[in-house]
Design a binder for this molecule. Structure first.
Ligand SMILES: NC(=O)c1ccc[n+]([C@@H]2O[C@H](COP(=O)([O-])OP(=O)(O)OC[C@H]3O[C@@H](n4cnc5c(N)ncnc54)[C@H](O)[C@@H]3O)[C@@H](O)[C@H]2O)c1
Length: 231
């Protein structure tokens, strides 16, 4: 059933690949036009070539407020405004708490949580009444995983932030929805010999499902478990 969002305009962060690109493809197939943001300029160019006139792109980071504003400005300039914002850009890191470098913690929190905050902030300012903010959290918003403290904390924050947004943006006639995907691999990643649980040539499910605390979303390019330093 195509055309369900005919005429709508969506801003999608992290739209050059993976889940963001899949969302953009589906939105366009359903009649929407999209503005894709990403730091990957080459990936954006490929997406624009594929999606044609229904797509515009803006190269920039969700961690930079001016770049996020530029997405909504592009929607206004090219398509007359925006109805949907998908705060999708995100990526994990991998370190045990006791070894976690502060800068790596801050990188993941900036990308996965602050980036969503900035996208919501400007969505709230610019989306047309009746619009919707969609955040892409993770199963790790509710399920802890060893070695993924920053990612889990950020995604739990995204889930809560979305609830706050639903309360605040509701007064502006906007909805806020949080989606928590499980493990999927829309963008092929190179196999990693040090990581038995992850290989593009095997399956998308981990080898063992015995432990609920094993990593559920290995970050790219290598998801091997860290070894604890003993000093
Ligand atoms: N793939 C999974 O299994 C899975 C599971 C749960 C949640 N998620 C979440 O889904 C979202 C998309 O993940 P994916 O698997 O499609 O990843 P991906 O790596 O395929 O795509 C992420 C995109 O975000 C872009 N990006 C990275 N940093 C950015 C920045 N600072 N500003 C703008 N764009 C940036 C990347 O260039 C890339 O195009 C993420 O938030 C991720 O945490 C993914």
């Amino acid at each position: 059933m195509a055309g369900r969002i005919e005429g709508k305009v969506a801003v999608v962060t992290g739209g050059a690949s993976g889940i963001g690109l899949a969302i953009a493809r589906r939105f366009v197939a359903e009649g929407a036009r999209v503005v894709l943001g990403d730091i990957d300029g080459a990936g954006l160019a490929a997406a624009a070539a594929e999606l044609g006139d229904a797509c515009r792109t803006v190269t920039g980071s969700v961690t930079v407020e001016a770049d996020v504003e530029a997405l909504f400005a592009a929607a206004r300039t090219h398509f007359g405004g925006a109805d949907v914002a998908v705060a999708n850009a995100g990526a994990g890191g991998f370190a045990l708490l006791v070894d976690h470098p502060l800068e790596e913690w801050q990188r993941v929190i900036d990308l996965c949580l602050t980036g969503v905050f900035l996208t919501m902030k400007h969505a709230g300012r610019h989306l047309r009444e009746g619009g919707c903010v969609i955040t892409i959290a993770s199963l790790n918003a509710v399920q802890p995983a060893e070695g993924m403290a920053a990612y889990c904390a950020a995604k739990a924050g995204v889930a809560m932030l979305t609830q706050v947004a639903a309360m605040e943006l509701g007064h502006l006639g906007l909805r806020a929805v949080c989606i928590g995907p499980g493990w999927s691999a829309p963008t092929p990643r190179p196999p990693c010999s040090r990581c038995p649980a992850w290989s593009t040539s095997s399956s998308r499910t981990p080898r063992s499902t015995a432990s609920p605390s094993r990593p559920t979303w290995p970050p790219s390019p290598c998801s091997s478990r860290p070894t604890r330093r003993r000093s």
